[in-house]
Design a protein around this ligand. Sequence first.
Ligand code: GLC
Length: 685
Amino acid sequence: MSRIRRFSMGNPINTEAVLKKLPENKGEIPYFKRIQKMEVEKFSADSQGTMVQRDYLSYSMSPKDKIYGLGENVRGIDKRGWVYESNCTDDPNHTEGKHSLYGAHNFFVIDGRETFGVFLDDPGRLTLDFGYTKMDEIRITPEEWNLDLYILEGDTILEIVREFRKLIGRSYIPPRWAFGYGQSRWGYQSEADIRAVVKGYRENQIPLDAVYLDIDYMEEFKDFTVDQERFPDFSAFVEEMKQEHIHLVPIIDAGVKIEEGYQVYEEGVEQDYFCKDQEGKDFAGAVWPGKVHFPDVLNGNARKWFGSKYQFLLDQGIEGFWNDMNEPAIFYSEKNLEQVMKKIKSMKYKNMDMWEVFAFRDLVNGLANNPEDYKSFYHKINGKPVRHDKVHNLYGFGMTRAAGEAFEEMEPQKRILMFSRASYIGMHRYGGVWMGDNQSWWSHLLLNLKMLPSLNMCGFLYTGADLGGFGDDVTEDLLLRWLALGIFTPLMRNHSALGTREQECYRFTQTETFRNLIGIRYGLMPYLYSEYMKAALRDEMLFSPLAFVYPKDTHAREVEDQLLLGESIMIAPVYTQNANGRYVYLPEPMKLVRMKSVEEIETEVLEKGHYHVEVSLEEIVFFIRPGKIVPYTKSGQFMEENEYQEKDLKFLHFAEGRAEYEWYQDDGYGKDYENPAHYKKLWVN
Ligand code: GLC
């Protein structure tokens, strides 16, 4: 029996986050009280405080309550003690002071005195105050009260999450090759640059399956074009790379360059497929190519049209994409820029005091992703104009859905790789997400680990961070440690920003270690792929916090830097520079596995308890749960070489007597997911 109730407020927009709408519950919303009152704003600059009107849903927390969820976000696995905003934002500074990142994932579970889940299906801006204003109170404040609120109940957190995942539909499944290691960098300019990367990996025998093409492959940053000078015969080049067992994965940006004669632009204008401004003209913002229009991916016809454009690259042999800048990011709008320029001109010969300097800076800094700009353009949803800010969080979803729906038509039998930067729950059916523009900071290694279970709760299973960090300069040890987490994440991609230190593995000294660590990823693939598929097909978590699996264990409930991965493994990566190891908590006896490579493995059984475990830069350490098995194999240089049969499998296990493992294995490219022949029983005696 489903224990989900839907409460409707105002006039909600159908976001299609949920697959089948539940009948509306007309009763009182349980757990929460709606509070409408005047209150003194204590944290205003004015020490007297100012009176403000409040209107929010309130839940009173007990001291031991924890809050899990909110997908891709800043701060801990336990989200208590901060105020979050549901507002897809292009912001590369993922610091604790921020309130939102690229996604809007409004699902969370409160666990403590009572255990229940909440999903707020609201595509506009929403404030989730989890004990910020008052430490023991949750306050939910939508900008407008037009939303569906779901309350989910179940006996355990895992059960609540499963119910939620069933409600929102099956997670995206990528092709098997997309579990291989990928190299990316903003700045690979030409065929020659990419050949050099592939050569660097192959010559050093470091496994590699994909090279990502950033905006540099395009002609002047125009979507669905390829620069003719730097890629004179793109299809031939894609084919050449395929011969090397490398998949090229181009980026697609949300904005379409305004340029006479550019077909995508011309068609969009002609067919009225772009978002409109107040006067009904195509809205102009700027991104990489300068001025662009934004395809109205919330309008069914425009979405279909934009999706059809991916054919241009599929026809040239491309089998995967990443969708970017789809919050959408706006560097400036035509209108706002004009006003700002005017004001700046008026300041020209001024002797600016502090306030004026601040104001001057704000003018320039406020150009990008300006909330006023988001209020100045319109979508057409089911024939009706809707102002962008009211549906802001659906844009990345719409863009990725455009591609996903098109792939279903163009390549119905084949899995196409797709992941996006911005997202809303519902998009998880069409693609994965990467965790955006992190930095080469140790703190971000840990932050990215914490995002994994929260994203899984919201349906996003195919995910991973820019390994090594996107912004700033990486160090060799940071990259090694980050890879030691990355070998477990479904998306395993090393990506970095223009102007930062080059971070392809072969540029560093410890070539053999890179080879071995990435090799371990390929070696563990029988387990990693099988666990991914089972999690997707059964609406389960792939990465779980310890608290979900050992809810009665008070130590386990506190752990924020270890995760369970599938049914057999617990991971505990090192995320501190110069550390020779780390503290690990074992909530039950486990077998420690120490791998220098798939050939060099040591194990040790440990009792439940706290340990300091040494982990050198040259090894991967993880733990196997009692009665569990991890199938593995020898590693290849790329996924096809890594294809294995049941007879090639070896087993790591922690079993006294017989233990079984349900192994999922399919061709990895087609969509015959549910075939029972894909499940095999493996066992050790
Ligand atoms: C954005 C993306 C980043 C990419 C860059 C250039 O910042 O998040 O991954 O490299 O744009 O396209």
